[in-house]
Design a protein around this ligand. Structure first.
Ligand code: MG
Length: 166
């Protein structure tokens, strides 16, 4: 029996998804650092085709995984100039719309961001607010330091989706 699971009578089981993303710091010091849809710093950002928001990317990949819709690269190829410098929160919104079209809505998500510096604590509330708004469900954001292991930002996200029953 699924004592802990939730099985809506008109749908299938809830589905879990996981996403991981990592971006190195950019040599272009003029790039802003954007994480969880928030400008953490005006310089010292990450390398990447879009705004390199590892939190939004990991969360979007988790949603796609839970919905059985492939991965972020399938939907937003980094060879597509349309997404150059893109606001990754908008990518996340598109992914959530695709999951809803496939019959799922987010229940909640949790993200762990690994970075050495700067400290995320002053920005965490804003990141939670922006990610939760984009997901349409509560998003937790936690930070941990890699103790000097990597000159990059890594994010792991998990998300739970439930069937909309429609
Ligand atoms: Mg990425």
């Amino acid at each position: 029996m699924h004592r802990l699971g939730r099985h809506p009578k008109d749908g299938g089981p809830v589905r879990v998804g996981q996403g991981i993303d990592v971006h190195p710091f950019s040599d272009d010091l003029s790039r802003p650092l954007v994480l969880g849809g928030v400008r953490i710093a005006e310089t010292g950002g990450l390398a990447g085709h879009s705004d390199a928001d590892a939190v939004a990317h990991a969360l979007a990949d988790a949603v796609l995984g839970a919905a059985g819709l492939g991965d972020l690269g399938d939907h937003f190829p980094d060879t597509d100039p349309a997404w150059a410098g893109a606001d990754s929160v908008e990518l996340l919104r598109v992914v959530v719309d695709k999951a809803r079209a496939a019959g799922f809505r987010p229940v909640n998500a949790d993200c762990t961001v690994m970075l050495e510096a700067p400290k995320l604590a002053p920005h965490r509330a804003a990141m939670v607010a922006r990610m939760s708004d984009a997901l349409g469900a509560p998003v937790g954001v936690k930070a941990t330091r890699p103790e000097g292991l990597t000159p990059a930002v890594l994010c792991i996200a998990v998300v739970l989706l439930e069937p909309t029953g429609g």
